[in-house]
Design a protein around this ligand. Structure first.
Ligand SMILES: [Zn+2]
Length: 300
């Protein structure tokens, strides 16, 4: 799994390193794969966060743009579907594996849209504590030009595309995008399908916020709704419910142990994820690493 390779790079680094180090990574073997979800919506996967697209008679609308070196491949994949240029890029959050293509897209004339905290975090040097990773301030052309605090709607391609903010979930600037007429939802990194999720505590992320975001989506999703996760394969409402149950069960266990004054070693020894590891613990964060992350997030 590609996400695994990314995380191996994270955990393999002995010292601090910066996001631009990823620009030197070899992306030549990465293939962009397109999955059609409705008459006008698509999911694309490559390396980094999953893309969601609306393509039709009005505009090309893209959710997230992976890494800068992949922009030509993403553009080529889009060119298979339309001759139109990209008009809008919406970032689900500020992380570099979702916004790395912004500079290229912005230079090519796309209007970049995101929650205001995405622009704020991308405008200055940052630090992702769990990975010991520094990020640089992005150039103006890579920053969101249109920002919102709660929500906004795009009326394009015969669809009503509703983007709305969920408070303190994966980060403090997450947006979920609902293609209402296509019955498709892109959840950004508030949903990792079949992978233990990274929650960025140092960017204001909270486990309880992720669960609250998932609960909101479970209310608007139907049994046939296609749900694009930030990482992992395309999901359904049933997949999202399984994710919610896993997160709630494990966080309740760890919270109880924290309240009992248990140390991280005790929590790890109690194996609070045991019955979930087969499905969720094989591709991305290992069970041990994930319990460490959950413990430090819930303790704060
Ligand atoms: Zn992320």
């Amino acid at each position: 799994m590609r996400a695994t390779r990314l995380l191996l790079i994270f955990f393999g680094a002995a010292t601090l390193f910066t996001a631009p180090a990823f620009a030197q990574q070899d992306f030549s073997k990465v293939e962009i794969k397109t999955e059609k979800l409705s008459a006008t919506t698509y999911m694309m996967t490559g390396e980094g966060g999953n893309l969601g697209l609306s393509i039709g008679e009005d505009a090309v609308f893209v959710i997230d743009d992976q890494f800068a070196p992949l922009t030509p491949k993403i553009n080529a994949a889009i060119a298979q579907l339309t001759k139109k240029p990209i008009k809008f890029v919406l970032n689900t959050h500020w992380h570099f594996d979702h916004t790395g293509g912004n500079e290229n897209m912005g230079k090519a004339g796309a209007l970049i849209v995101a929650h205001e905290n995405v622009r704020r975090r991308m405008s200055a040097e940052g630090f992702i504590e769990f990975f010991g990773m520094k990020t640089k301030a992005e150039p103006t052309v890579a920053l969101p030009v249109v920002t919102f605090t709660q929500d906004l709607t795009f009326h394009i391609n015969g669809d009503e595309v509703h983007a709305y903010h969920v408070a303190n979930a994966h980060t403090d600037g997450d947006a979920i995008v609902h293609f209402k007429n296509s019955d498709v939802i892109h959840m950004g990194d508030t949903f990792f399908n079949k992978l233990y999720p990274f929650i960025d505590t140092s960017s204001g992320g909270k486990v309880d916020g992720v669960i609250a975001a998932v609960d909101q989506v479970l209310k608007i999703a139907g049994d046939n709704t296609k749900i694009i996760p930030g990482h992992g394969p395309l999901g359904s409402k049933a997949d999202l419910k399984a994710y919610r149950d896993m997160l709630a069960t494990v966080s309740t266990r760890i919270k109880a142990q924290i309240e009992d004054g248990k140390k991280l070693e005790d929590v790890l020894a109690a194996k609070p994820t045991a019955e979930f590891d087969d499905v969720w613990g094989k591709g991305f964060l290992t069970p041990k690493k994930w319990v460490e992350m959950m413990y430090s997030n819930l303790k704060n």
